[in-house]
Design a protein around this ligand. Sequence first.
Ligand code: ADP
Ligand code: PMV
Ligand code: MG
Length: 422
Amino acid sequence: MSSPSRYLVSAPGKVILFGEHAVVYGKTAIAGSLDGLRTYVFFEKRDDGFLELNLPKLGLQHPLLWPISALPYSKVTTVSKENNSLQESTINEELLKSLKEIVLDGNAGNKNNQEINELQQVAASVFLYLYASLEDKQTSWCGTTVHIASNLPVGAGLGSSAAYSVCLATGLLLVLGHITIPNYGEKVGGFNISDSSSPMNLINRWAFQAEKIIHGTPSGIDNAVATYGGAVSFSKGVMENVIEFQSLRFLLTNTKVPRNTRTLVANVRKLHDKCPHIVVPILEAIEGISSKFKEIINSGDSQKELNQNIEELIDFNHYLLNSLRVGHPSIDKVREIAAQYSLHSKLTGAGGGGCVLTLLRDDVPNDDIMKIMLNLTSIGFECFETKVGGHGISILDASTISKQEFLSSENIQQFSGWKHFN
Ligand SMILES: Nc1ncnc2c1ncn2[C@@H]1O[C@H](COP(=O)(O)OP(=O)(O)O)[C@@H](O)[C@H]1O
Ligand SMILES: C[C@@](O)(CCOP(=O)(O)O)CC(=O)O
Ligand SMILES: [Mg+2]
C-alpha cells in the first residue's frame, strides 16, 4: 500500500494546576490536556525538493520556502540525529545557528523578503531543525508544504509551543518514514514515557528537542501532556495519572498580556542562582502544594472540604509564584474580580501575563459565572470554561482532504478517520 500523500496531525494545549516553574527544577507539577484547545498541522507532499512553512498565527502573511538542498547537512551530527534519551540529549547549537541564518536569508527561506522577527525565526528554525535531523533517504516525499491552524492562544501559558512542537515532530516522523500511522487499538505507547521503544516516546523526545529550541530549558511537562493527553502529575520526565483531576471545572481567563516563556524561565533561573537559599525553599514549598493536592484529591473528603482545600492550595501557589516575580497586575485583576464571587485563582503556565486559572466550585450558580465572565470580558480579557483531560496526539490520513478544505474548515476535529492513542 502506498503511503499517504497528506497527513493531518493534532495535539492539545495544557493547563498547569500546580507546580509551574518548580517543575523545571525537577519538582512535581499537576497538569491536564485541554481537549478543546488544539493545534492542527497539515502536511502535503511536494515533488519539487522544497519545504514550505506557513506561520499565519505568528503574523507571517506569506509562506517561507526553502530548497531542501540549502539545509546545512554537514552540520547534522550524531548530536542532532540521535535522540535516544529524554533528559540527556542536547541541541546541536552549530546546526541551529546555521538554520536561523537560513531563515533570515532573503535568497533561501525568506523568498518574499518579509520582515522576520525573533519569534518567527525561532518557530521556523524548529521546523528546519527537526527536518534536517530526521531526514531519511527512505522517504518518498521530495519536499513538503506545512499549514497550521490552532485555537490555542500563542504565548499565553496554555502550552501552544508544545502543541506546535508535538505536531511538527509527529508529522515529520510520519513524512520522513520513521513511524507509520498505528492501527486503532494498537498499543502505541503505554503511559510510561520511559518506554523508549514506542512511537509515542519518539514523538515526545523530538518535541522536547523542539521545546528546548523555543524555551531554553523546558521541564518536558508541556510536550508530555500534549503527546499523551490526560490529567497527570509529572516529575523529572515521569508521568502518573491523576484521573480525579478531570472532574474539576475551571474558568480560564486570557489577560492577553503578551509574554515569553523563555524570558520568564530565565528570570527565575537568575533569581535562583542569585539567592538559592531563598528560592530553593520556595520551589520545595510549591512541590509541597502538588503533593498535598494528590493526597486530598484521593482522600474521600466531601466535595465541600475538597474544594476549600484546593482553593487554599491555589492561593498558596499564587503567592509563591508572585515571590518568584512571575506575577503581573493583569493577573491580580482577574483574582480580584473572581474573589468578589468568593472564587480563587492563580496564574497558569509561565506567568507574566497570559492566562489565569479559576476553580469553579459546584455550588457557584451559573448566573454568577456569567457575571464574572461579563465583568472580565468588559475589560478586554477573554474567558472560557473548561475541564481537563482528553486526547493527546491525534493523526489522520488526509489523502482525500485538500489544503482548501483544511484551511476553510470551522471544525477540523470533525473530519472522519482521526486516530487517537489514549
Ligand atoms: N500556531 C503556531 N504557529 C507557529 N508557532 C507557534 C504556534 N504556536 C506556538 N508557536 C511557537 O511557540 C511560541 C510561544 O511559546 P511560549 O512562549 O512557550 O508560550 P505558550 O507555550 O505558553 O503559548 C511562539 O513564539 C512560536 O515559536
Ligand atoms: C514555566 C513552565 O513550568 C511552564 C511553561 O508553560 P507555557 O510555555 O507558559 O505554556 C516551564 C516548563 O515547565 O518548561
Ligand atoms: Mg510554551
